[in-house]
Design a protein around this ligand. Structure first.
Ligand SMILES: Nc1ncnc2c1ncn2[C@@H]1O[C@H](COP(=O)(O)OP(=O)(O)OP(=O)(O)O)[C@@H](O)[C@H]1O
Length: 279
């Protein structure tokens, strides 16, 4: 928490209007690497819409999230929220409007209560309780000695992976950010957490901008738009689930895999990493 950010902080507060996100001509290479992870990415996400990033492992989906969170700085291009360059914004202002559930949900080595109210420290016990009920973690907390005062351990070691994700979901419910980022990750989610994430996208985050990196296509059938990413963050195709299935290209292949159907032997996916569509 006390570590200095490696990216520079701007001076402006975010004058939030709609939660529109734009990646404009974004390119990025990790320091010390000669190759670009993202090359000239251009995406606009309407405020209040639900979109998903889908694509093979390593094409830069999580990196795009880190760029939007201001954790990494693009080598070229601009990221805008409601038309404001995030580089000009105060870090606090940015973190107030964006809530993120990363692949490996991070917990601080402190109490459950402090972890949940981290993003809004004036939250009341009632709000915390309500958020935990909605995130399906209340019973687990109640079963612990110390309950909301129980310690989570180093990086949340006292809780399972699914429980950590649900605690982070409760944190996002408390925070009420305008923009929600969910990185499902490739590791298996337990069925309860998976169902909760799906429910949250459909119901809890109504009216908010939600961007989800999806490895389980069942979570994103109803999102407004799916961006299928290829190498270097290139948008290979975009559309909603029905449009992309009807189109019969990349996304339709992933969907067939998800349904457990065999791909025809001459499909050109040879040599390409496939997304994890385990359900
Ligand atoms: N800190 C880092 N330093 C150098 N290279 C990195 C770093 N983090 C990620 N990479 C590389 O950047 C590329 C994109 O990684 P990223 O995690 O964004 O991919 P992804 O599409 O989210 O993958 P997955 O679906 O497996 O989570 C990968 O080749 C990865 O090895």
């Amino acid at each position: 928490m006390e570590r200095e950010s490696s990216t520079e902080e701007g001076e402006n507060d975010l004058e939030y209007i709609k939660g529109e996100v734009e990646f404009r001509n974004i390119s990025f290479s990790y320091p010390g690497s000669s190759s670009q992870v993202i090359h000239n990415m251009n995406i606009t996400i309407e405020g209040g819409s639900k979109v998903a990033f889908v694509g093979p492992s390593g094409v830069g989906k999580s990196t795009a999230f880190k760029l939007l969170m201001g954790m990494l700085e693009p080598t070229e291009g601009t990221i805008l929220i409601d038309g404001q360059d995030i580089k000009t914004l105060k870090t606090d202002s940015l973190h107030e409007v964006i809530g993120m559930m990363p692949q490996n949900s991070y917990l601080f080595n402190t109490t459950v209560m402090e972890n949940i109210t981290f993003a809004r420290q004036n939250a009341t016990y009632e709000e915390c309780y309500d958020a935990c009920c909605r995130a399906g973690i209340e019973k687990t907390i109640k079963g612990r000695a110390g309950q909301y005062g129980a310690t989570t351990g180093e990086n949340g070691a006292n809780f399972s992976g699914g429980e950590r994700q649900r605690l982070v979901l409760a944190r996002i419910f408390i925070q009420k950010p305008k923009i929600v980022l969910i990185d499902e990750g490739t590791s298996a989610l337990d069925a309860e957490t998976e169902a909760l994430i799906k429910h949250s996208i459909d119901q809890e985050f109504a009216g908010r901008t939600v961007i989800i990196v999806a490895h389980r296509l069942s979570s994103i059938r109803r999102v407004d738009k799916i961006f299928v990413l290829g190498t270097c963050g290139k948008i290979v195709e975009e559309g909603n689930h029905d449009e992309l299935v009807a189109k019969g290209c990349e996304y339709a292949k992933y969907w067939k895999m998800h349904l457990g159907e065999e791909l025809p032997v001459d499909e050109p996916s040879v040599g390409e990493p496939l997304i994890d569509v385990s359900s």
